[in-house]
Design a protein around this ligand. Structure first.
Ligand code: MG
Length: 253
């Protein structure tokens, strides 16, 4: 009897430890300027911030509406239109139009009740120029490697804080993105991102190390397009989207 109790005790302790473990890749390549590696589970978790949820911003008059609940015409095939929502399915989708520097507004939600665990269950992403991922992840009380949580510059930089709403609630991203600037084959200015999640600043003009990679240190290629599509990621999870619009950012007249 005592032996049985001991076994149960050992088993449940192991379960507790397993639950507390953060999924990640402890042996990834080192990131420059910090002591952490790509997808480092030991990197400190950004503090959680409660927000008022999605900040809905109607498209301004000069915006290009990418989704208003009525049509998926602005996108390549893959996602589903249902009940006025654009739902991730089948494969990644790209805008038919290409963009360089932009302001983007997008709202997203993971339906309540769907099981989530770290990177699984509630994962999508927004790829600027089809290359630079802003992670979409149901990160409310769902720890994962910090450079892979909601609002991270995936595999490169965690958000300043975790502003994720509880599952089943709408959330918003407002961002600006600038492509890298090249002189010949040399990058003289990296790609930059500012990001607000539910109105809270997560990335404040931060630089990308290069196009997004998984388990690999990102770097800039010698040749880079000037524009590219905005891509929404299909990561096997039915993340829902609404109210998506973009404003190309030009120079002052
Ligand atoms: Mg993703």
């Amino acid at each position: 009897m005592k032996f049985k109790k001991l076994i149960i005790c050992i088993f449940s302790s192991a379960c507790v430890i397993a639950q507390a473990e953060i999924h990640g890749y402890p042996d990834g390549p080192k990131l420059p300027g910090v002591t952490y590696s790509v997808h480092d589970p030991a990197r400190p978790q950004p503090p959680a911030v409660m927000t008022g949820g999605a900040v809905t911003v109607k498209p301004p008059s000069d915006a290009i509406v990418l989704f208003d609940g009525t049509s998926l015409d602005a996108w390549s095939p893959g996602f589903i239109l249902k009940d006025g929502l654009m739902i991730a399915a089948a494969k990644d989708v790209d805008t038919k139009q290409s963009f360089g520097a932009v302001q983007l507004h997008i709202e997203w939600k993971l339906p309540a009740g769907r099981p989530i665990n770290g990177q699984g269950g509630g994962n999508s992403g927004i790829f600027l120029m089809g290359l630079y991922e802003v992670q979409v992840l149901q990160s409310y009380q769902n720890p994962t490697y910090p450079d892979g949580q909601a609002g991270s510059m995936y595999g490169q930089l965690p958000p300043l804080v975790n502003a994720t709403s509880p599952q089943g609630e709408w959330q918003s991203y407002d961002l600006t993105f600038e492509p890298p600037v090249y002189e010949g084959e040399k990058v003289i200015k990296p790609a930059k991102l500012s990001l607000f999640h539910n109105g809270v600043c997560l990335q404040n003009g931060e630089s990308y190390l290069g196009p997004t990679q998984h388990k690999v240190l990102a770097k800039y290629p010698p040749k880079h397009p000037l524009t590219g599509p905005i891509r929404l990621q299909w990561h096997n999870d039915p993340v829902e989207f609404r109210n998506i619009w973009v404003r190309p950012l030009g120079s002052r007249p």
